[in-house]
Design a protein around this ligand. Sequence first.
Ligand code: SF4
Ligand code: SF4
Ligand code: SF4
Length: 149
Amino acid sequence: MATAEELLEFLPGTDCRQCGVSCAEFAGLLLARERPPEDCPVLHEPDYAGFIEALHELLGPLTAAAGMRVDPEKCNGCGICVAMCEFHLGNCDAARLGKGPRPQDQMVFHVVNGTVVVVRQELCTRLVQAAEKCSKCAQYCPTEAIELF
Ligand code: SF4
Ligand code: SF4
Ligand code: SF4
């Protein structure tokens, strides 16, 4: 289990507060799983390439969230679910071109170190009240790794 201090080593340490808090506070929120590493905009700059992946590695993959569970044993990281996701197709220009969302895009999930990691489950179309229930990610997954409930 990672500590906030270990996570802090992979944050820029500039306290720019673009995420709304200091780097140390952000590390605490990461540890509590209240914010994903993707929420630090500075980490998307080329100088910090690999830092988001390193933070996910320290935290361990978040593969379950309200209404969705990804089995890390079955997931092979193919990314089909990310490319087919209804939210990504509707909201990310890159996804509409068949490339999947870019790191700075709002996303429900993406592939990190060969496994799907849930970033913002609350964006999933299934959770929008009165929306037609989507299940494309589970439907297209070749290994049946995604469970929706
Ligand atoms: S946006 Fe990133 S660099 Fe800036 S305070 Fe938050 S965690 Fe630190
Ligand atoms: S259920 Fe639909 S909107 Fe939700 S993550 Fe899966 S493909 Fe995306
Ligand atoms: S489609 Fe299935 S196997 Fe491929 S990345 Fe998504 S969950 Fe993993």
